[in-house]
Design a protein around this ligand. Structure first.
Ligand code: FES
Ligand code: FES
Length: 162
């Protein structure tokens, strides 16, 4: 008897269908659906590259079972903004040189957005703690922290909550 199950994932505002065995992670399911903006790094919860928002909270999709995300609101990096209308974090990461190779960037921006939704005026320590599960081998982190503060300021000015 097949243990596969067809589920509906609500990703970036759209319903998408996936047929998954019980052990399929949300990371594998999302990338299988073409969401390659969700990056595959360590696959064991160490690097944060695979972070997505689930009901507004950043989670490591490599540690989340696809079936457990059914019926929940999933947002990937591409769900936050487009090249024509970038999210403030996408804009600030780009303008301030907070992305180099870019592999960590989707996870960094997702974790930052999760923080800013809860805390629009984070201290530097708040930012460092919020991003402590996200590893970057390129930037030295300083520009990333600056970009988060810059985006927070824009969001406060414009009154954006998302
Ligand atoms: S790929 Fe998920 S935390 Fe590294
Ligand atoms: S920009 Fe390369 S890992 Fe962060």
């Amino acid at each position: 008897m097949s243990t596969e199950k067809t589920i509906t994932l609500h990703v970036n505002g759209h319903d998408e269908i996936a047929t998954v065995p019980p052990h399929r992670t949300l990371l594998e399911a999302l990338r299988g659906l073409g969401h390659v903006d969700v990056k595959c790094g360590c696959e064991k919860g160490d690097c944060g590259a695979c972070a997505v928002l689930v009901d507004g909270e950043a989670v490591d999709s490599c540690l989340t079972l696809a079936r457990s995300a059914e019926g929940r609101e999933i947002t990937t990096l591409q769900g936050l903004g487009t090249p024509e209308a970038p999210h403030p974090l996408q804009q600030s990461f780009s303008e301030l040189g907070a992305a180099q190779c870019g592999y960590c960037t989707p996870g960094m921006i997702i974790a930052s957005e999760s923080l800013l939704r809860k805390n629009p005026s984070p201290t530097d320590e708040d930012v460092r703690i919020a991003l402590s599960g996200n590893l970057c081998r390129c930037t030295g982190y300083v520009k990333i922290f600056e970009a988060v503060h810059a985006a927070a300021a824009v969001k406060r000015q414009t009154g954006e909550t998302k």
